[in-house]
Design a protein around this ligand. Structure first.
Ligand SMILES: Cc1cc2nc3c(=O)[nH]c(=O)nc-3n(C[C@H](O)[C@H](O)[C@H](O)COP(=O)(O)OP(=O)(O)OC[C@H]3O[C@@H](n4cnc5c(N)ncnc54)[C@H](O)[C@@H]3O)c2cc1C
Length: 535
């Protein structure tokens, strides 16, 4: 006798012939036009988990224009004893109530939940996904412009990743989590010896006065990175990470005005707080010259320890002391080579710009030891780490070779003294810490995805220069098997994880973790298209 469904969510599974339809598939995508309390999602997760023939990876996309407060969600889900402990796991990873997409991963990365906190029509315009089942009603996702058409997913599941900085390690991790075999090539003796070789960098989102796609990118990426670190630590990895909070000083009138605009937006306090001088000083543990924006979940991190944790998987082979100047021929190749990202024939058309940066190190004083958070002004400063502060950094354009320079430490020290004179004066010795090239781009955003076939683009989309964007155009052609994730500039620690998740989603044909607007703004063909439109 067939058991009757006990809840509307179980009925929904039956109506959509689940679990039968996902059986034997490598991946399956379900989209729901409402997230609500998450009971549909949790019931689906439970059924998937209980099914011995389940698809290898399940993607659940849920739209929610009015997301519940975490406390309300916790209270409502407490009524579903049968959905524990999955409900508890969902609550533990529930994102801040900020507009946009939020990518959550569960079940060692085999289950993804993409929460779209936005109105349904906006979410549909921003979704890039091939959906197998819509929990009713069914919706149509509009197509992308032909020049940004999705590349075909890779037919092979072996990747060669060139570069053992944070970008390359994030990609190796994202693909290995999906069952790929990854070979990671690094020319130095160890991982993270160039831009990612800083002793301590800051994980912090970059906020703008008004909400926009740029801010969304940094917010989403920050939150993704924090979740990832938490999951890696829970799995036993050791990462040198201190979630001590970060204060961004209102150190000049434009920043003060931005912070006032942010205050007016009434963003969630677990994400950002706008503090006056006294409040900021209390949080910092030292007197500050101004108010500040405060990110309680931000902090400092040692990138090399993160890189090591990311590649600690059996299906990642790290080949150090191996220069991969010539692209490997087997499998898919991903260029994640930092300052060398345009040294390949496949990528030399990209307009990367090198910027040299140096951080300094100072021995802490009894006074400076009291600093509890990281501090941002024009540059940044960490709390004392084993008796030393890391601070800086400089920006020198058009330098390709990193060199440590004692005069630059004076520049860093003087810059700090401008905003925190007593603090800077209390330091013991000041010395050079780390110098590296940040590879950036004309629009300051990284380049992530399949590399376009440049000759095809120039010929197929030549008419764009006459503003004829609405005529029929052929779909984009990409160079076979060559992908890129580079140009991370001065924010790569914060943004490379989400970018790797995007790259892995493109390679495997999964729903994208980011909005279509972001996908376009990170697309490796965007500079070509802008140039063609300008004529
Ligand atoms: C001084 C400074 C401070 C910073 N502070 C912060 C911060 O506080 N917060 C933040 O989010 N970001 C920060 N950044 C930015 C961040 O560090 C970078 O964006 C990020 O490290 C870039 O990572 P990547 O993997 O692209 O490059 P890299 O770390 O440079 O990695 C590229 C790797 O590729 C290898 N490689 C190159 N060519 C080859 C080849 N042919 N074969 C094999 N291997 C090759 C290189 O040896 C290198 O290890 C800072 C950067 C600098 C320089």
């Amino acid at each position: 006798m067939q058991e009757l469904p006990t809840t509307a969510s179980e009925q929904r599974l039956q109506d959509n012939q689940l679990p039968q339809r996902w059986r034997g598939k490598s991946q399956f995508t379900i989209a729901a036009p409402r997230f609500g309390t998450g009971v549909d999602f949790l019931t689906t997760w439970q059924a998937w988990q209980a099914d011995p023939q389940r698809c290898a990876r399940l993607h659940f996309i849920a739209i929610e224009p009015h997301p519940l407060q975490p406390a309300t969600l916790r209270e409502l889900l407490a009524n579903y004893a049968e959905l524990q402990p999955l409900a508890a796991e969902l609550i533990a990873h529930y994102p801040p109530l900020l507009d946009g997409f939020h990518r959550l991963t569960f079940a060692q990365g085999r289950l993804t939940l993409t929460l779209c906190f936005m109105a349904v029509p906006t979410a549909l315009a921003e979704l890039v996904a091939r959906v197998d089942v819509w929990y009713s009603p069914e919706h149509l996702i509009p197509a992308l412009e032909p020049w940004y058409a999705l590349p075909a997913p890779s037919p092979v599941t072996h990747a060669n990743v060139i570069g053992g900085g944070i970008a390359g390690c994030q990609i190796a991790h994202a693909l290995a989590k999906r069952g790929w075999e990854v070979t990671l090539y690094e020319r130095h003796t160890r991982l993270a010896m160039e831009a990612s070789g800083n002793r301590a960098g800051v994980l912090i989102p970059k906020m703008t006065s008004e909400a926009g796609w740029g801010e969304t990118f940094y917010r989403q990426a920050f939150w993704f990175a924090v979740q990832q670190i938490r999951q890696l630590q829970a799995a036993g990895q050791v990462i040198d990470w201190a979630q001590c909070g970060a204060l961004q000083l209102a150190h000049e009138p434009r920043e003060a005005a931005r912070q006032q605009a942010l205050r007016a937006r009434e963003l969630p306090a677990d994400f950002i707080q706008i503090l006056d001088q006294a409040e900021a000083s209390a949080v910092a543990g030292i007197p500050l010259p101004s108010g500040a924006s405060y990110f309680p979940q931000a902090g400092w991190l040692n990138p090399a320890s993160w890189c090591t944790a990311l590649v600690a998987q059996a299906n990642i082979e790290v080949r150090t002391l191996t220069d991969a100047s010539v692209l490997p021929v087997d499998g898919v190749t991903i260029i994640a080579s930092g300052r060398e990202a345009d040294r390949f024939a496949a990528s030399q058309f990209l307009p990367f710009m090198p910027v040299l940066g140096q951080t300094s190190v100072a021995s802490a004083s009894a006074f400076s030891e009291q600093l509890k958070t990281t501090l941002g002004h024009e540059g940044y400063l960490t709390p004392a780490l084993a008796g030393q502060h890391i601070f800086g950094a400089t920006f020198v354009r058009n330098k390709r070779e990193p060199t440590l320079d004692a005069a630059t430490d004076t520049v860093n020290h003087q810059q700090l003294a401008q905003y925190l004179p007593d603090f800077a004066a209390s330091f013991g010795t000041v010395a050079s810490s780390h110098a590296a090239i940040r590879m950036t781009t004309p629009d300051r955003y990284p380049v992530v995805g399949a590399l376009p076939d440049v000759a095809f683009f120039q010929q197929a989309y030549a008419e764009l220069r006459h503003g004829r964007a609405n005529q029929p155009f052929p779909l984009a052609h990409y160079q076979p098997g060559v992908w890129i994730a580079a140009g991370f500039g001065s924010r790569g620690l914060t943004t490379s994880g989400l970018c790797a998740e995007l790259l892995a989603a493109l390679l495997t044909g999964e729903p994208l973790p980011v909005q279509a607007t972001l996908y376009r703004h990170l697309h490796p063909a965007r500079f070509l298209i802008r140039q063609l439109k300008r004529g």
